[in-house]
Design a protein around this ligand. Structure first.
Ligand SMILES: *Cc1c(COP(=O)(O)O)cnc(C)c1O
Length: 353
């Protein structure tokens, strides 16, 4: 009963088998191998255009390097207050932009509010030397609160940013979970909605350690290979990243994995809403669930061996009022979560309610 995070499990067996297969024989190093070529070709298909894609080993590297490509040291990156880049990356975005400033924007349920974005941008007129210059907007899809932007909402925020000359980044650590929940195409949820650079996550949804930084405009990627190398993210045996990404994408495997994870979250949500005293912040669409658990339920679940994080307020105050005897928790499902895990969790909760 591990609902701590979708990186608590290993890789999809198909990805591991691909790694073993790629282990045989010799291939050119540094990403010039046949597996990486294949992965880039598959990404072109997925995004229905010629993309510039670079493979890195962590989501933090992917976000920080992507932002570094579109933000000068004197720039401002606008993101939600709860964004992973602002709270969970130890200053990597600041470091890889060589000092840009992250500016938190308001919005309920982890989503940037368009009016709040317009408002904060108006406080940064271009050319004011004493202020950082607006350079980029970063959106998380899915958000850190487990919510999703629909394509229209992404397009609206991207248009506000583009009007001011900002480039738009998407932190897609859970891109696949969001995509299958919304039911649009990958191109619609990114390029066609105005995303310029995408951190395309794979690790949490079945890869071992692989994320892609994807540029839809080749010009924005002009210096990226050098930035990647300086950051130590050009893997010598680059085929190990290419092989993961190729297996992840082939035959829509990534979408199947995400559907599994999302289905488990829906089952968990169905089960928990029937437990007296348990309240969900909102009905999950992806693979993250936030719930207020009465303390006795929390204690019984812990005792039964369930793992999950207690969540600080982190913006949930406006969605869910906690009683003094409630604990706010985050529950995350993955492609490897079994229906039995979900049933056992719900029945342990019910037993204590
Ligand atoms: C997990 C996650 C990342 C990437 O984190 P790493 O631990 O560096 O791989 C980035 N953004 C979001 C929203 C995440 O949940």
């Amino acid at each position: 009963m591990d609902f701590a995070s979708d990186n608590a499990v290993g890789a999809s067996p198909r990805v591991l088998e691909a790694l073993l297969a790629a282990n045989d024989g010799a291939e050119p190093a540094y990403g010039h191998d046949c597996y990486s070529h294949r992965a880039r070709a598959l990404l072109n298909e997925v995004f229905e255009c010629e993309v510039s894609a670079y493979f890195v080993a962590t989501g933090t590297a992917s976000n920080a390097l992507a932002l570094g490509a579109i933000t000068p040291p004197w720039g401002a990156v606008f993101c939600h207050h709860q964004a992973h880049i602002a709270n969970d990356e130890c200053g990597a975005p600041e470091m890889f932009t060589a000092g840009a400033k992250l500016i938190g924007v308001d919005g309920v349920q982890g989503k940037i509010d368009p009016a709040a974005l317009r408002d904060i941008l108006s406080g940064f007129p271009a050319g004011t030397v004493r202020q950082v210059q607006p350079a980029s907007l970063s959106l998380s899809q899915a958000t850190e609160c487990g919510t999703l932007y629909d394509c229209g909402e992404i397009a609206e925020l991207a248009a506000i940013a583009h009007d001011r000359g900002l480039a738009v980044h998407m932190d897609g650590a859970r891109f696949a979970n969001a995509l299958v929940a919304i039911g649009c195409t990958a191109a619609e949820m990114s390029r066609k909605a105005g995303i310029d650079v995408l951190s395309f996550g794979a690790t949490k949804n079945g890869a071992l350690a692989c994320e892609a930084v994807i540029f839809f405009d080749e010009a924005k990627a002009a210096a990226f290979a050098y930035q990647c190398k300086r950051a130590g993210h050009v893997l010598s045996k680059g085929r190990m990243l290419g092989a993961q990404m190729a297996a992840y994408l082939a035959g829509g495997h990534w979408l199947d994995l995400a559907r599994l994870a999302n289905r488990r979250a829906a089952e968990l949500s169905d089960g928990l809403t029937k437990v007296p005293g348990v309240r969900l912040a909102f009905e999950p669409r992806g693979n993250q669930l936030f719930a207020a658990l009465p303390r006795p339920v929390d204690a019984a679940l812990r005792k039964a061996g369930a793992r999950y994080y207690e969540w600080g307020d982190r913006g949930f105050g406006r969605m869910l009022t906690l009683g003094t005897n409630d604990v706010l928790v985050r529950l995350v499902t993955s492609f490897a979560t079994s229906a039995d895990d979900v049933r056992a969790f719900v029945s342990a909760a019910r037993g204590a309610a």
